[in-house]
Write a protein that binds this ligand. Sequence first.
Ligand SMILES: [Zn+2]
Length: 411
Amino acid sequence: MNNEVNLNKKDLEKIIKKIPKNDLHVHLDGSIRPETIIDIAKKENLDLPSYTVEGLNETLFKNQYRNLEEYLSTFKYSCAVMQKPEYLEQIAYELAIDNQNEGVRYLEARFAPQLHINDYMNMEMVLMAVNKGLEKAQSEFNNRSVIKNGEEPPFYYGIIVCAMRNLGHWSSYYDNFIKSFTFSDDHIVSRLASLELAKGALKIRDKTGIPIAGLDLAGAEMGYPAANHWEAFQCAHEGFLPKTVHAGEAYGPESIFQAITDLHADRIGHGYFLFDASKIRDKKIVDKEKYIEKLGQFIADRRITIEVCLTSNLQTNQSIDDIKNHSFGKMIQKNICTVFCTDNRTVSKTSATKEIMLAINNFPLSGKTLRNCITYGFKRSFFPGDYSEKRKYVRKCLDYYDNVTEGATGF
Ligand SMILES: [Zn+2]
């Protein structure tokens, strides 16, 4: 196709770095600078498999993981360094700075507050600490003259709180929670923890004004159905808190269906198995091909947004031997609203720029489609301001995008 983005690699990367980008799916705890993990671990006498950046990048943060469970196992080290407000603030600040440095103008940072509740911090203090770091980075950035004089769009952010599909003894809060429900099975315990999170998020949002922009469901998908968490998502829905759900990452299309019907998901994290009929296990679905066709249509028509995380999927799904086989190709073919996301900058060794470059280099992506994907990111964001402010901001970002790409071949 001659309208594909087509520049030499260096020039292209320069432009991609400069265009205003967004990241709607990035985990705070999966995106800590390795240097920071090491510094805090040393200060707090915490165990790490290595105390050098190279060592961590070999032993902990790998290029390929056996499965999602192994990928998620790295989080016990990151959570351990996030147990004091000053560390949460620093980590959140650094995440925003790293994003700003590669041209991300809008960021939705997500994390599970209940992983950080302990004897020193309640949920409000956890959220306040993360917000303090993000807010500091935002005000420093927006103080620049190019932002103040309107030449470039400002940097904004929202916070997404994550409920977990299943619980483990990952924090003192979860530990106490599990111990308090000796006679209940683990599905009931995780369901109640999610509900408590949703209630807390709404109360803290309304009390403090912190930009808590959405509720997410994260964690191991296999064996832990989304529908189990419907009360938490209903509570968020009633409180006008937008919703996103990790689904179709390690389980089939019916998991995506559950997310958008039972949990009212506005966006889907990953959605990788959206078109994989072989993954359907629900016996009620007889014509599997027809089911995925209809589901794809429904998602496209409703503009339910898929937060595509190419590198992360490649690392946790051994069945994707070549990135070209990723369902992203089919998603854009079917005009599904897709956005590029990093998932975990450190665990996946990636960045917003790298994800876009990976897409350009492996899919027949026209300049128009690339612009659309970036536009969707701004438009389908859970922007915490009011709608007319959001529209003005999106316009500003797109005008700047067109400015940066003006005259570049293929854009
Ligand atoms: Zn994720």
